[in-house]
Design a protein around this ligand. Structure first.
Ligand SMILES: Cc1cc2nc3c(=O)[nH]c(=O)nc-3n(C[C@H](O)[C@H](O)[C@H](O)COP(=O)(O)OP(=O)(O)OC[C@H]3O[C@@H](n4cnc5c(N)ncnc54)[C@H](O)[C@@H]3O)c2cc1C
Ligand code: SF4
Length: 477
């Protein structure tokens, strides 16, 4: 335990983001680029090493990060040892340290009657220092088994599986259908939340350590599963949950109504190809933007549209505003279902003077102009009574908009690959495989990540990537 009285002496203080007025002018990360070691050591000293560290339990960190151990180590200024502990459980702490919603903090024992320990900030600082100091280098694999594993999809689940299998001496080959490696870490989560150089840095480390990457190959279309079965000893599908939930209302075909992922992907592509995200043909520049649906995806659309120069931004939520504090039905150590202000909300509030979120709103139809372009949409207010959605008569409203982004979650993976591989789907349309086993209905084909569990988190994808690698290793033994 860092400092016995640390939690009494020091208040929780998270690292500041860059000031809004500066960060909205660029696509750089919202985080400050330097960490204050003294401040973080003090924050680490707040960890009580409470004996039953719920932060590492089922409700806390999905990769079971050894949180009290590294808190203690950084308190004692042993950053390199802290990094070794961190890498024992987490292949990519530089991703989770930036984008994880930190369920660990929601279940921190200190959080029972005090603000939780600043776990996520400390994680990011440890790994950032590791890179700065040159402590993170490609590794040598001492022994090669001669077994080959094809991994389809290069998101965090595929990358974690590849890293683990490579360390075990197997030849891991990652196939990716887009032109860049990283899955949603690359095309999805925008640069201001996760700089693409941070993604490329890890991919390059994996390459130098022996993982092979093949981009621009769509498995199930460009190459068949049968071919992979001939060429490899095992196959893992980590293809993500890529089918966005659509909104079938009148005039959905209007130009300017897009699924969030079409917009976010094009914006990042444009940023990486030309240096400017608003060069994309879907740019929000000068437009009244409406984002339908919240969550991380909705916030990322808001943050991107703001940087592209949107004229106005509104975000519709079907549900009501969450409570400021936990409700009685949502006790510690569960994930707190409370009102949060994410980076995009704070930015819009400062730039336009009000939080973009509008609650209890349902979109009834889009309005097209004579050229088929969206020029508005119609809504009605809704409420929930005994679990039933009720439309409130007389609350109809028309909104001006020239760009609508649909961010209502994801349904499942697309199904051309599962058809090609002839694997069974579960009742939600995901590839069927039990958690912890990861075996599909076809021998030698495994699956992990969002395509198996449904849309989730980067940290869960890493957990599943590690888990599926262990199962494949046993299968190959
Ligand atoms: C906009 C957005 C923001 C998010 N923000 C956060 C966040 O802040 N924090 C967080 O923890 N989580 C966030 N998430 C969720 C997180 O990104 C996902 O849970 C995670 O990336 C899932 O990892 P995965 O490896 O299972 O799949 P993915 O990251 O989706 O990767 C799947 C990859 O497989 C490829 N692929 C699919 N089919 C084929 C095929 N047939 N052949 C070859 N390649 C194929 C895809 O192109 C893709 O690159 C966000 C998600 C979105 C959409
Ligand atoms: S990966 Fe997420 S849950 Fe785990 S310690 Fe880091 S921030 Fe917390």
């Amino acid at each position: 335990m860092g400092k016995v009285t640390g939690f009494k002496e020091f208040d929780r203080k998270t690292e500041d983001y860059r000031p809004v007025e500066l960060r909205v002018k660029d696509y750089g990360e919202v985080f400050t680029s330097t960490h204050n070691a003294e401040h973080l050591q003090e924050q680490g000293a707040r960890c009580m090493d409470c004996g039953v560290p719920f932060c590492q339990s089922e409700n806390g960190c999905p990769v079971d990060n050894l949180i009290p151990e590294w808190n203690d180590l950084i308190y004692h200024d042993k950053w390199q040892e802290a990094l070794i502990r961190l890498h024992k459980t987490n292949n990519f702490p530089e991703f989770t340290g930036r984008v994880c919603p930190a369920p660990c903090e929601g279940s921190c024992v200190l959080g029972l009657n005090n603000p939780a320990v600043t776990i996520k900030n400390i994680e990011q600082a440890i790994v950032d220092k590791g890179f700065e100091e040159g402590w993170i280098q490609p590794y040598q694999v001492a022994y090669r088994t001669g077994k080959k594993v094809a991994i389809v999809g290069s998101g965090p689940a595929g990358l974690a599986a590849a890293d683990e299998l490579n360390k075990l001496g197997h030849n891991a080959v990652v196939f990716e259908r887009t032109n860049r490696i990283g899955g949603l870490l690359m095309y999805g989560i925008p640069n201001m939340k996760l700089d693409k150089d941070v993604v490329n840095r890890r991919v390059n480390l994996l390459k130098s350590s022996g993982v092979e990457f093949i981009a621009n190959v769509d498995v199930g279309r460009d190459i068949s599963t049968k071919q992979l079965q001939k060429d490899f000893d095992a196959i893992i599908f980590t293809t993500g949950s890529t089918q966005g939930r659509d909104l079938s209302v009148d005039n959905r075909d209007a130009h300017g109504v897009h699924l969030a992922m079409e917009y976010l992907t094009k914006s990042t592509q444009s940023l990486l190809d030309t240096g400017s995200a608003d060069n994309s043909d879907l740019s929000a520049k000068g437009k009244d933007v409406i984002v339908i649906g919240g969550g991380d995806t909705g916030t990322d659309c808001i943050g991107t549209a703001l940087r592209q120069g949107a004229k106005s931004i509104v975000n519709f939520e079907l549900m009501g505003k969450p409570p400021i504090e936990r409700s009685d039905t949502n006790p510690w150590p569960l994930w707190p279902l409370i009102y949060r202000v994410d980076y995009g909300h704070a930015e819009v509030a400062q730039v336009f003077g009000a939080d973009p979120r509008q609650y209890h709103l349902m979109t009834k139809s889009f309005i097209k102009d004579k050229n088929g372009k969206v020029m508005g949409l119609n809504t009605i207010n809704v409420d929930f009574k005994e679990g039933q959605l009720i439309e409130i008569e007389g609350s109809e409203k028309t909104w001006d908009t020239q760009l609508v982004l649909l961010s209502m979650g994801f349904v499942s993976p697309e199904h051309y690959l599962s058809d090609d591989a002839d694997i069974t789907l579960d009742e939600r349309g995901n590839y069927q495989a039990n958690y912890g086993e990861y075996t599909t209905s076809q021998k030698g084909i495994f699956t992990a990540g969002d395509c198996r569990r449904g849309q989730s988190l980067v940290v869960w994808a890493i957990n599943e990537g590690r888990g599926v690698a262990a199962q494949v290793n046993q299968y190959l033994a």
